[in-house]
Design a protein. Structure first.
Length: 156
């Protein structure tokens, strides 16, 4: 297994918590990414995400696979790049609707025509379950705490 404490943690000013991607120093981001990769944290995050997805009672991977097969079988999608774009778009749309419900002109939430259908024909959500998101964030936060040293004075 990878080293739990890198030999040289990345020093991050406490003010970085309020930074956006556009403001975050590219060298600092690169250092963090390099350590996450070299110390095995990226693999740990990925494995935790996959485990959470498969352990979730929503059976999200099967729902996603069924949606993709439905798009292919209906002839609506015929190539892999199209399928990938469409499935990602549908997941994002469902995730946006579940996080930020927006009523359209007929009073329903989101575009239900794109919503996936379960084996019994009922509509199921393609949104990644909140439990899975929470678990991925928890593991990512633990990994970042292992590779970053926050300077409370705001100095790097």
């Amino acid at each position: 297994m990878a080293n739990s404490n890198p030999s040289t943690p990345v020093k991050v000013p406490s003010s970085a918590a309020s930074y956006s991607n556009g403001v975050l120093d590219p060298d600092m981001r690169s250092q963090i990414n390099t350590i996450l990769l070299s110390d095995g944290h990226a693999t740990k995050i990925q494995e935790a995400l996959l485990h959470s997805l498969h352990a979730s009672p929503s059976n999200w991977p099967t729902t996603l696979r069924s949606h993709a097969l439905s798009l292919l079988r209906s002839g609506e999608i015929s190539t892999y790049p199209e399928l990938l774009r469409r499935v990602l778009s549908d997941v994002r749309a469902e995730s946006d609707v579940s996080v930020h419900p927006v009523s359209n002109t007929n009073g329903t939430n989101g575009d239900k025509s794109k919503q996936a259908k379960g084996p019994s024909g009922d509509k199921v959500s393609l949104a990644i379950p909140q439990y899975v998101i929470d678990e991925a964030l928890r593991v990512t936060r633990e990994s970042l705490e292992n590779v970053c040293e926050v300077d409370e004075n705001g100095n790097v």
